[in-house]
Design a binder for this molecule. Structure first.
Ligand code: NAD
Length: 378
């Protein structure tokens, strides 16, 4: 059987490291296999694999399969605990607070969202916090769960257990994680859902990793070196000594980044990134979320009418005929359609990380050809 994962789009098998193009289907199998071998229950492994590969499909390679190596390292070090379910630590009407117990963030985050959404049926709005979750990945995935049920959601996230990476506005050294914010609002039959999902750093750290792996530059005003000088070279960011990312939008992005820290870190009960909070070297996310039923706020048809007409109005003013005005979520939907058809292009660095992850997971065969064989025969 031809192994679909390493087919080129025109269906000629490619086993070269450079410009390796894989199907999402085969990547899902590969990542599931790696995580299962690393000690994860099969259900968790499949859910994490689906989340990471979906991030690649949507164009967020920073939050895709390149993370698997680190997940395996964290499992082996006892810092990520596969098979752990979320625990509700405060159930108080429209307030629900959860502890993730260092379980896969993708599992405990989904479980917390589903519990909060169930409560939202009676309360109309839920304020949900989740603490102590291993990396939750692409935050938009949790807004997607709500959107599928016709619910809006707003998420503020902080990143701890990990050295800081982002300098405060006016600062020289890193003091924050990349603290993402996400807002999902259900679409209509005419208009796709609004899904704003963004790091509050000018670029996500994973994008700097991917730029270094691909030998590319990062955008201007996104990174400083260890001396505090602006640079577009990801190699100068990593040093050593390591420089810092910058918040997006100067003092405004910095303010939102700080809000994530207080809402998600302090109000979830886990802690912020200040030095008293332990740093074991893994990635722990805390999340502060609102889940909202728009139907409880007014006539759903009137809200949809406004949404449709607003977006149509925005779209009448493209700066050029070639690039229409988009709404948040549309670029990802476009990339998903393109990558589902043509495959996912894995840079050399990601392929190398996958090989290391295979080794760490205890799978003996570790060359690319052998990876194909493992997936093909699993
Ligand atoms: P990004 O800059 O690529 O996109 C940010 C948002 O802008 C998206 O909602 C996108 O749809 C929208 N957008 C992009 N181009 C647009 C256009 N032309 N018109 C209108 N809207 C447009 O995203 P990012 O900041 O690099 O974040 C990437 C991912 O990293 C996100 O999924 C985020 O949740 C994730 N993340 C996770 C963590 C964590 O600790 N778990 C930390 C940081 C980031």
């Amino acid at each position: 059987m031809l192994f679909a994962g390493y087919d080129t789009p025109d269906n000629h098998t490619s086993v070269q490291c450079a410009a390796m193009i894989v199907t999402d289907h085969s990547l899902r199998h590969l990542i599931t296999q790696i995580l299962t071998s690393a000690g994860s229950p099969a259900d968790d492994a499949r859910a994490v694999a689906d989340h990471l590969v979906d991030a690649n499909l949507l164009g967020h390679d920073s939050h895709g399969v390149q993370l698997v190596r680190r997940y395996v390292e964290h499992i082996k070090a006892g810092q990520c605990k596969p098979g752990t379910s979320v625990v509700c630590v405060n159930d108080s009407g429209a307030i629900m607070q959860f502890d993730g117990g260092r379980g896969f963030g993708i599992r405990v985050g989904s479980e917390a969202m589903r519990s909060a959404m169930e409560r939202c049926k009676s309360t109309g709005v839920v304020l949900m916090t989740l603490r102590n979750a291993h990396h939750i990945g692409r935050v938009g995935a949790y807004a997607d769960i709500a959107l599928a049920a016709g619910l809006a959601s707003i998420h503020f996230v902080n990143v701890v257990d990990h050295p800081p990476m982002v300098a405060p506005f006016g600062g020289r050294e890193a003091r924050f994680g990349t603290n993402p914010i996400c807002i999902g609002i259900p679409g209509t039959t005419n208009t796709p859902s609004f899904l704003l999902d963004m790091a509050t750093s000018a670029v996500a750290l994973g994008k700097v990793v991917v730029a270094r792996q691909a030998g590319k530059q990062v955008p201007e005003n996104a990174v400083i070196d260890s001396a505090g000088h602006p640079t577009t070279d990801p190699v100068r960011y990593f040093g050593p000594p390591q420089g810092a990312l910058l918040p997006f939008g100067l003092h405004k992005g910095y303010g939102l980044m700080l809000a994530c820290e207080i809402l998600a870190g302090a109000m979830s009960g886990y802690g912020t990134i200040q030095p008293e909070t332990p740093r074991a070297g893994a990635i722990i996310n805390n999340m502060f979320s609102f889940i909202i039923d728009p139907a409880r706020l007014g006539d759903p048809e009137a809200i949809k009418h406004e949404f449709d007409h607003l977006i149509a109005y925005l779209k009448t003013t493209p700066a050029s005929g070639e690039s229409p005005v988009a709404i948040a979520g549309e670029p990802e939907a476009q990339t998903r359609a393109e990558r589902a058809k043509n495959g996912i292009d894995l840079p050399d660095g990601t392929v190398a990380d996958l090989e290391i992850a295979l080794n760490l997971a205890g799978i003996e065969n570790n060359s690319l050809k052998e990876i194909f064989a493992i997936v093909n025969h699993s």
